[in-house]
Design a protein. Sequence first.
Length: 295
Amino acid sequence: MMLRSFLFVPGDSERKLAKARGNDADALILDLEDSVSADRTAVARDMVAAYLAAEADRSRQQLWVRINPLDTGKAMPDLAAVMRGAPDGIVLPKTYSGADAVALGHALSALEAREGLAIGSTRILAVATETARSLFTLDSFIGATERLYGMTWGAEDLAAALGASSNRAADGSYDGPYQLARTLCLAAARAAEVMPVDTVYTDFRDLDGLAVEARQARQSGFFGKIAIHPGQSAIINDAFTPSADEIAHATRIVAVFEENPGAGTVGIDGMMIDMPHLKQARAVLALSAAMAAKG
């Protein structure tokens, strides 16, 4: 399943958990980390586990869980509690390298065996740029584990790790270090042949700004984006869904190449179209087909 939108939901809020199931997001991230206070961690674990068990039908919307970082001592109790509900995936925050995803994979295998789940069925979305060290190790995710669904990046925690007062420039765009982190995450995900997922847009009232950033992310090569507010999901879905014009153009490119087998370049409307264009066209059609299958 190709996921355009992930929505964070606090794991200790009964009201928000109940409301989120009707949201447009392709996947929910039931959060045990930043949105849950330390004194509510145990409560959140129990609530998320119960929620997962009660919501067994994931055909329309997947259910993922963000656990605490591996080096906090909270991650293993998080996993032990929620794996009985068979989450579709685990969001792994504040990674240092691909070794963290490997370690998580080993823990998941043990817990899947305990719960009678298919070994390897739980996927991983790594938040790959929230630590300073991570910017130097992103290539370590390449081939790290078959569980890796995708890689996303984080600007807020990275700013704290770098001691920055802000991650935005005066014009509202990301400052240099965060543009670098975003680009490296995208490239590493592509190199690892997993899904690149863009980070959150924190100003949840600025839906126009979200739409612009989401469209730009897709243009750059990202396949989805994370939402922090229920009202953001539909806008993200729209940005990452190919338009009718895009589908028609992609269909035409593929058809022309099929009509000219062995050709390295073809002409369409006075423009030379070559293999990268064909690859992009096929990706658009694959995304469109995935969205159609999702219904």
